[in-house]
Design a protein around this ligand. Structure first.
Ligand code: KG4
Ligand code: ZN
Length: 423
């Protein structure tokens, strides 16, 4: 089954083409192309994602990203430009995306319909103005090429990213396509159930019990901020650019590299650690009996810490690496402990980590250690390659495949953006 997948839930415009094999029992994917155009630099100027700016960018970028995805996968076949059929209906479908409509009407008549069996598109959760652009694009392609649509939950996509261990990904930033990794085509691993998944992104922090693909139960989630959101907000307080997660990780990594006697600003690391400021942050809800999380308390603790330092005229810049390290440790402590606890209680044979924060090296390393220590050989940890943890369309295609195999297609007119969709 060949799937064309589209992802526009937040600030990455992405189109992928996958060849899916193995059906429901033993899914495996050849990622033929996975083009991601990140808008991150644009949004960074505003300190976070601006929904209407994201919508505008998706509109402008979808056709170039589609073209690149078709070319990279070998599915691009030009033809002599013909009159576009069904133009009136396409104008209605893309009525709210005038820039996309204009590019669509120019580009689509110049190519032969690609040999795909289905179109998979993210319908939520995410930013609704952004989701709508991808949805309407999928509707227009479905209509013109006569292909069925699978509606995909973005979080199921983050889960399915583990099935794409070697998925090729191509980054396309500001008109420059950059090939990060050559696509390779295998996944021979079969995930054993029950599994516990930790999904950590900018909008979500949840622990999911998976009895099989499609059978999900959220056993715990954040009661306030998601962990990625907490990193982004803390980074902002420390004057680090958006998105904050990778910035905090980088600062923390630097901090750990310094020997104790290395001088940063006016301080050695040893002096900093001995300093009277209370740089110890809380580990919110680490002792709670349930599997819920809370990260707004961590953010508030950072706020008070910085306020205290300012009142004492301390140069916060000197302490930024150390503070970032403590923020990261706090979050990772809670995430690892609760995941291991859940895996033990539910007898998990597999632990899956997904979502943007799963790119975090400290989280990956600590989770690997904890799983090796606590489970000997009974439980396997599945981590998507770091490039596939953040939003991309290949993961949407992988999540869409079992639905397509089941014939679980959606009527285009029934499809709407669902900002708060849950698993
Ligand atoms: O899954 P994702 O790309 O988008 C959403 O669906 O939200 O996740 C984005 C989040 C952001 O909060 C970002 O700061 C965080 O993932 N993130 C990281 C790292 N890379 C991205 N957080 C910690 N360490 C990283 N290396
Ligand atoms: Zn995401």
């Amino acid at each position: 089954m060949n799937i064309l997948a589209i992802e526009t839930s937040c600030d990455e415009t992405s189109v992928a083409i996958l060849k899916a094999k193995g059906g429901l029992k033993n899914p495996s994917f050849d990622v033929l192309s996975n083009i991601v155009l990140s808008q991150v630099k644009l949004h960074a100027e505003w300190g976070g994602v601006v929904p209407n700016l994201a919508k505008r960018e998706h509109q402008a970028n979808l056709i170039p990203v589609l073209k690149k995805a078709l070319e990279k996968s070998g599915f691009y076949n030009s033809k002599l430009q013909s009159e576009i059929k069904k133009e009136k209906e396409i104008k209605i479908i893309l009525n709210r995306e005038p820039e996309l409509l204009e590019q669509f009407l120019k580009f689509i008549p110049t190519i032969k319909p690609p040999k795909i069996d289905a179109i998979a598109v993210t319908i939520g959760p995410g930013l609704e103005p952004a989701l709508w652009v991808g949805i309407n694009f999928a509707k227009a392609l479905s209509f013109i090429w006569d292909k069925p649509i699978v509606a995909v939950n973005h979080m199921e996509g983050h889960l399915a990213a583990v099935l794409l261990q070697n998925g090729g990904i191509f980054n396309f930033q500001f008109s420059i396509f950059k090939q990060i990794q050559k696509p390779k085509f295998k996944n021979k691993k079969q995930i054993q159930f029950p599994a516990i998944a930790l999904l950590v992104s900018g909008g979500h922090t949840e622990l999911v019990l998976i009895k099989n693909w499609g059978d999900y139960k959220i056993i715990g989630e954040t009661r306030d901020d998601a962990v990625g959101e907490c990193f982004d907000k803390c980074a902002r307080m420390l004057s680090l650019p958006y998105p904050g997660g990778p910035q905090i990780a980088r600062q923390a990594e630097n901090y750990k590299k310094y020997p104790l006697t290395f001088r940063m600003g006016g301080w050695t690391r040893r002096e900093m650690e001995k300093e009277a400021f209370n740089l110890k942050l809380p580990r919110p809800m680490i002792d709670s009996k349930d599997y819920d999380f809370s990260f707004s308390g961590l953010k508030t603790a950072v706020l008070y810490m910085l306020k205290d330092m300012k009142e004492r005229h301390v140069n916060i810049g000197d302490f930024t690496p150390m503070i970032c390290n403590e923020i990261q440790q706090s979050a990772v402590d809670v995430l690892v402990l609760k995941t291991i606890k859940a895996a033990k209680e539910f007898g998990a044979k597999s632990i899956i980590i997904g979502g943007g924060v799963a790119a975090n090296k400290e989280l990956r390393a600590r989770m690997k250690k904890a799983v090796a220590r606590e489970f000997a050989k009974t439980t396997t940890l599945y981590l998507p390659s770091a490039k596939l943890t953040t939003d991309n369309a290949a993961m949407i295609g992988a999540a869409g495949d079992p639905h397509a195999v089941n014939g679980d297609f959606i009527k285009p007119e029934k499809m709407t953006a669902k900002g708060n969709l849950s698993l």
